[in-house]
Design a protein around this ligand. Structure first.
Ligand SMILES: Cc1cc2nc3c(=O)[nH]c(=O)nc-3n(C[C@H](O)[C@H](O)[C@H](O)COP(=O)(O)OP(=O)(O)OC[C@H]3O[C@@H](n4cnc5c(N)ncnc54)[C@H](O)[C@@H]3O)c2cc1C
Length: 407
């Protein structure tokens, strides 16, 4: 295929999600010539619960301003998270600092990328790249036509399956355990679950990741499990469970969506930040906080990637060195969320689980902890236990996680 068009830019960003918008904001503000491409037509749909953490909320306000109404679902906000343990105990926990917006990702992502003032080329799919370390040539396709970008830097902000990451490290995705997450939408006949909260089940029988929340008068039921399992089976089990245990009665599901996700890298500190002038950020780099909260770390890591490029363009140090120096803080925030020592001795989450636990009777506390241990043991087959403990001790002794485990 002959190349129809060549664009010369300082930075090409692949993706237009939160990591991209944050990187773009920094780069455009610094006066660089930047293009962000997305293979979808914008505004694009995004499978997401849309529950923004307080930290993510602060980032959006500070960088892009107050959210417009169309960027919110109904209910427009979320008070916090309720854990439902297998022994029947439920613990609602409010977010620190009050409710946060329930984002309609199709419009909130579009709003943020527009606010960044980056030039967007949608319906443009990244296909591959070559780099000599100073100039990258990126091949892409726009509506069937071949396009080339020539960029001093590339930022892969292209989500869990990251084609940019695959271009740099073709074997990487084979080394990861992948999880399927899928959600179905039901009209509600009766639902006693409080719609002000995001609900999460700590129940090993239901799967690795089981959640529910209200949206536009319907209830979303989500299931997550190791790739290879069946969405239908998990979903059926969940529907029957919440009917029996919570009295939730639903119409048959009307819609289903989902995909494969990389839950592991944040948990065991195995991030992927790229090579030479190709930076990888957001969920593509492995940022994923507890309960699949990925927007705040996508925003912050994206901004750090953008800042690293700006500093590198001043010719001081290689961009990877700068990026890897500054990303340490975001790595600590994400990986701390899974670090048992930090969970016990610090406040690493944005709702107070320890306080919620303290409100329970002694007997219920013991039951909740027992359920939690049983739930965590579901992940035993992944062999993460030793790595989590090793990284937690290193964090305790040296103050940071090992940078040698990153790609
Ligand atoms: C079911 C579910 C529920 C979730 N709920 C929450 C939640 O409540 N709160 C929360 O904070 N997080 C949640 N997350 C996680 C959150 O959605 C992600 O972590 C976050 O969107 C990551 O942002 P990102 O910018 O790194 O990537 P993304 O938002 O995934 O953006 C990547 C972009 O890259 C584009 N792209 C991909 N391939 C190409 C290509 N070849 N060429 C060009 N463009 C390409 C995609 O179209 C996309 O626009 C949830 C995830 C799932 C799956």
């Amino acid at each position: 295929m002959s190349v129809k068009k060549i664009y010369k830019v300082d930075v090409l960003i692949v993706g237009t999600g939160p990591a991209s918008a944050a990187a773009a904001k920094r780069l455009v503000d610094a006066g660089l010539k930047v293009v962000a491409i997305d293979f979808r037509k914008l505004p694009r749909h995004k499978v997401c619960s849309g529950i923004l953490s307080p930290r993510g909320h602060r980032f959006l306000i500070e960088n892009f301003g107050p959210l417009p109404r169309e960027a919110l679902h109904d209910p427009t906000s979320c008070r916090g998270v309720t854990f439902h343990f297998s022994s029947g105990i439920s613990t609602p926990m409010d977010f620190f600092g009050g409710p946060t917006p329930h984002l309609h990702r199709k419009y909130s992502d579009y709003w943020a990328i527009e606010k960044s003032r980056v030039e967007v080329h949608d319906e443009t799919a990244f296909l591959g790249l070559k780099t000599d370390g100073k100039l990258a040539r990126i091949s892409a396709r726009h509506k069937g036509e071949s396009v080339e970008y020539q960029a001093r830097f590339v930022i892969g902000a292209d989500g869990p399956n990251s084609p940019v990451r695959a271009a740099v490290y073709p074997e990487y995705s084979k080394t990861l355990p992948w999880f399927v997450v899928a959600q179905k939408f039901h009209r509600i006949i009766e639902c006693p679950l409080d719609e002000d909260y995001f609900h999460f089940w700590i129940n090993s029988k239901l799967g690795h990741y089981t959640w529910s929340h209200a949206r536009e008068g319907r209830l979303i039921l989500g299931v997550g499990f190791r790739k290879g399992g069946s969405v239908e089976e998990h979903h059926k089990r969940f529907v029957s469970y919440i009917k029996d245990k919570h009295g939730v009665r639903l119409e048959p599901s009307e819609e289903k969506e989902g995909g494969a996700h990389n839950f592991g890298p944040s948990i065991i500190n195995r991030y992927v930040f790229g090579k030479e002038n190709i930076l990888i950020t957001g969920q593509a780099a492995g940022f994923f906080n507890m309960l699949a909260e990925g927007m705040s770390c996508a925003l912050h890591s994206g901004a750090i990637a953008g800042e690293a490029v700006i500093e590198a363009m001043q010719g001081k140090r290689p961009v990877q060195e700068i990026y890897r120096t500054h990303i340490v803080s975001e790595v600590a925030r994400s990986t701390d969320q899974y670090n048992p020592l930090r969970m016990i001795f610090a406040n690493v989450h944005e709702a107070d689980f320890k306080a919620a636990l303290k409100k329970l009777s002694r007997r219920d506390q013991l039951r909740a902890v027992r359920d939690l241990i049983k739930f965590i043991s579901l992940y035993g087959e992944l062999n993460w236990g030793r790595q989590i403990i090793g990284q937690s001790i290193r964090r305790l002794v040296t103050g940071s996680y090992s940078t040698k485990r990153w790609l």
